[in-house]
Design a protein around this ligand. Structure first.
Ligand code: PA5
Length: 447
């Protein structure tokens, strides 16, 4: 079975075959630039060959550390934000039972996340919730200086040291950071934490297949070897030697850019599987941070269907006509639930008797796609055979490769994020961080 199929036939009311064809050579060239590392942001292209460069020894080292944490803790707190958070969160959600918390014997350890916000209540509730459990932490920051995870880590580190003492804390805290720079690197060295390195040439949002994503996932019991194998196969399937018509990443990148050029400025990533919701959050970061710059870029939005048909559905069907939709369509559910016949049929649902829930979901999906297309919302369909580590690994790499190609087609550097500094400057000025004295005085006048 193919890893993933892309179907762009339902964009034909909005863009002609010729308009997509016109982007074929530029998309191929963009893909080649990614391989030869000759395009913009070329010092951040380590992710392109990352899957094929991961060897058994690297996976074994991650697995070994994961086992050490698993043996010590019932709850492992993964601390990070943005690219140092969303990949692990997305894959973990996708691979987890939706009701794991209600299971009589929940899988241990439970991996929870911190440092992705500065909410006092979230922090309090987390520290309170882990009171009666043994804990460990994985602190992740490429720069090693990001405020949100640094605050969370300060608190969690103190809690771990208070409970277990400094020496044992060094067995319960793992740092994932730059090989040489940043406050976290210094701290990890001083405290003697086991450390994994985020390669210099892999940016945060492209780092899910480094220890950033792989260690928390291995701790949670996700099969990281399969995740990487899926990404490796997708690396081959999207290489620049693969002809455009057979390269799903090139087709996706070209189609979304053709749509953008025709005024379709918002892309909604839709899925009919709620456990893919965080895949969409990861995707939004990947595309939003990579493309939204210089006054340009498709705005990445997401919906989970059919739930959001009862909230966003009205807008998608009849609101401003600048939207297109990309649906992740899962072919085969992992479980089987059949709708039974009911003698009284008071709810009038006997016409569904004998059908699986997934058949109803699929007809909803097909019906929605046509309704939205008829309403002026072009539809791209990405078919994923199943939700498992292998296919999810492939999907992640597919989106990364398409994002690199797409950013080049748009004419931006998809591997920087200069815009994320603006809020930090204001926040530090408002918090009177040393060195921000002038900005502090000025910003106060504006409040
Ligand atoms: O993609 C990115 O580079 C960002 O989203 C970062 O991942 C995020 O800002 C966190 O940075 P760091 O890992 O340096 O703490």
């Amino acid at each position: 079975m193919e890893m993933l199929k892309i179907n762009t036939s339902k964009t034909s009311d909005a863009v002609t075959a010729a308009e997509i064809e016109a982007l074929k050579v530029p998309a191929e060239q963009a893909n080649t630039l990614l391989r030869t590392r000759e395009g913009a942001g070329n010092d951040f292209l380590g992710w392109v060959n990352l899957p094929s460069s991961i060897d058994a020894a690297q996976l074994a080292a991650i697995q070994k550390e994961a086992e050490a944490l698993r043996s010590k803790a019932e709850v492992v707190i993964a601390i990070g934000i943005g690219g140092s958070y969303l990949g692990a969160k997305a894959v973990l959600e996708a691979m987890s039972d939706s009701f794991a918390l209600l299971k009589k014997n929940p899988k241990k350890p439970v991996v929870v996340f911190a440092g992705q916000n500065i909410s006092e209540d979230y922090t309090y509730e987390l520290l309170d919730a882990v009171k009666d459990y043994s804990i460990a932490a994985i602190v992740i920051s490429k720069s090693g200086t990001t405020t949100e995870p640094a605050i969370a880590f300060r608190l969690i580190k103190a809690e771990i040291e208070k409970r277990y003492g400094k020496a044992e804390a060094a067995q319960r805290i793992v740092a994932i950071t730059d090989k040489a720079r940043g406050a976290l690197k210094t701290l990890a060295t001083n405290e003697g934490y086991p450390t994994f390195v985020i390669p210099d040439d892999v940016g945060g949002r492209y780092s899910v297949l480094t220890p950033v994503g792989l260690l928390p996932l291995a701790v949670a019991g996700v099969n990281i070897a399969e995740l990487v194998r899926g990404a490796q196969d997708m690396e081959k399937a999207t290489a620049d030697s693969v002809p455009f018509d057979q390269n799903p990443a090139a087709i996706y990148a070209a189609t979304r850019n053709a749509l953008y050029r025709k005024g379709f400025k918002t892309e909604i990533l839709a899925s009919y599987e709620p456990k893919l919701q965080y895949i969409a959050e990861w995707w939004k970061q990947l595309y939003g941070e990579s493309e939204g710059k210089e006054g340009k870029g498709i705005f990445p939005a997401s919906v989970t269907l059919t739930a959001d048909l009862h909230s966003m559905g009205q807008y998608i069907q009849e609101g401003e006509r600048t939207l297109f939709e990309t649906v992740i369509s899962v072919t085969k559910p992992a479980h089987k639930v059949v709708i039974e016949a009911d003698k009284e049929n008071l709810d009038g649902l006997n016409f569904l008797a004998g059908k699986r829930i997934s058949e109803v979901n699929k007809m909803a999906e097909l019906g929605v796609a046509l309704a939205h297309v008829d309403g002026g919302v072009p539809n791209i369909r990405i078919e994923l055979p199943e939700i498992n580590e292998y296919y999810i690994g492939g999907l992640l790499y597919f989106f990364e490769k398409a994002c690199g190609i797409s950013g080049y087609l748009l004419g931006v550097n998809p591997f920087n994020q200069p815009g994320v500094e603006a809020y930090k400057k204001n926040m530090f000025a408002l918090l009177d961080k040393p060195g921000y004295e002038k900005e502090s005085a000025e910003i106060r006048k504006r409040l």
